[in-house]
Design a binder for this molecule. Structure first.
Ligand code: KIV
Ligand code: ZN
Length: 388
């Protein structure tokens, strides 16, 4: 049975770049945009063109060079924003304007000092105006995670009627539980007239560590686009992590959902974005962290050496990591030591291994992690004769 495609909307260069200290210049953005295009993302959100001349220039240059993906620019529900975004996107092969407004009562009262009817009207006007420039218009209902479902459905219905092709349902504050976010998507799918003319999109923030879980719950309940960033970077605790959602869908084929991402480029893309943004990847980060395929306890190492699948659900090569690593620490056992010793040229008999292991434990209690040079030192201090 063929799988339903989930579009990957990458917002590393817009929501991701909003992170303090992660600012990129146009040249750096162009390099990342080209890599995202090669990675296979469907949409690149290149920036917020009205926000600064630099951002305008970046969106405009990205629009010129991207070959496959749709290039998207963010706007508020403001005429001038939309005009500037349309100008920045004029050279894109596939341009998309992403416009919207806050729909939660909190945003309506405190940000706009307005009311639901006026906000609905502004939403419709923004989409209708954007439609005069481009065919592909995505509408975001900011803070949809805390927006009353009935009102949200009314707004969605009105903007679809005005021509929106994608409905972005952001959990802007990272508040929702996966069941709640999934139920919201289901509600919209069942209650918005004309919904078949638009794609529902998940845009989740990670304030409670639930961005990935919420996005997956969203697609299980009918959404067909996920908005995400490389390494999950983004405002506050970040956005949904691209590499996580891609690999979750791939590891669970019974969901019948997949993306067009070339997963073998995930690790190198993660490294590249981390370096360009000066934002380190946490070692225990799923999929792309330096420890994601590293095994350090004796029990796990013994299992992985016998058969990788005992403790690994993903073949590291699938995400562009050359191999799993067996890290030698004082918690490692003989199997791990023999494995690493063999890699640096020592084929140890059982008796030799027992002797070398005694030496190893003394060494490992002093040093956190044993490297290849240490193995040579340990073997030469052990009371054995070994041909290397
Ligand atoms: O988190 C959010 O609501 C956003 C919108 C502007 C799409 O980033
Ligand atoms: Zn966001």
């Amino acid at each position: 049975m063929s799988k339903d495609k989930v579009q990957i909307f990458d917002t590393t260069l817009r929501d991701g770049e909003q992170v303090p200290g992660c600012k990129l210049d146009t040249e750096q953005k162009l390099i990342i945009a080209e890599r995202l295009d090669n990675l296979g993302v469907d949409i690149i959100e290149a920036g917020f063109p009205i926000s600064s001349p630099g951002d305008f220039a970046s969106v405009s240059e990205i629009a010129k060079i991207v070959k496959n993906a749709t290039v998207c620019g963010l706007t508020r529900a403001v005429k001038k924003d939309i005009e500037v975004a349309a100008e920045a996107l004029k050279y894109a092969k596939k341009p998309r304007i992403h416009t919207g407004i806050g729909t939660s009562d909190s945003h309506i009262q405190h940000k706009f000092k307005s009311n639901r009817e006026e906000v609905l009207e502004r939403a419709v006007q923004a989409v209708s105006y954007a439609k005069t420039f481009v065919e592909d218009v995505e509408f975001y209902a900011e803070d949809a995670g805390r927006t009353d479902n009935e009102y949200l459905a009314r707004v969605c219905e009105a903007v679809v009627e005005a021509g929106a092709t994608v409905l972005n349902i952001p959990d802007t504050t990272g508040y929702c539980l996966p069941e709640e976010y999934g139920a919201k998507m289901k509600y919209l799918k069942e209650n918005v007239k004309g919904i078949e003319k638009a794609i529902l999109s998940c845009h989740c923030h990670n304030d409670l560590g639930l961005a990935t879980a919420n996005s997956i719950s969203g697609v299980i309940n009918g959404a067909r686009q996920i908005e995400c960033t490389i390494n999950g970077i983004g405002e506050r605790a970040g956005n949904t992590s691209l590499e996580e959602v891609v690999m979750i869908l791939r590891q669970h084929p019974y969901l019948n959902l997949d993306t067009s991402i070339n997963s073998r480029l995930l690790y190198s893309t993660s490294q590249m974005v981390s370096q360009k943004m000066g934002m380190p990847v946490q070692p225990n980060k799923a999929i792309v962290g330096s420890n994601a395929f590293a095994h350090s306890s004796g029990i796990h190492q013994d299992g992985v050496i016998k058969n990788r699948e005992t403790y690994e659900i993903i073949d590291p090569e699938e995400v562009g990591v050359t191999e799993s690593s067996i890290v030698l620490t004082a918690r490692s056992g003989r199997a791990a030591l023999a494995y690493r010793a063999k890699k640096v040229g020592y084929e140890l008999t059982k008796v030799q291994l027992d002797e070398v292991y005694k030496e190893f434990l003394k060494f490992a209690d002093r040093k956190k992690e044993i490297d290849d040079a240490d193995i040579h030192e340990i073997v030469s201090s052990a009371d054995v004769t070994i041909q290397s």
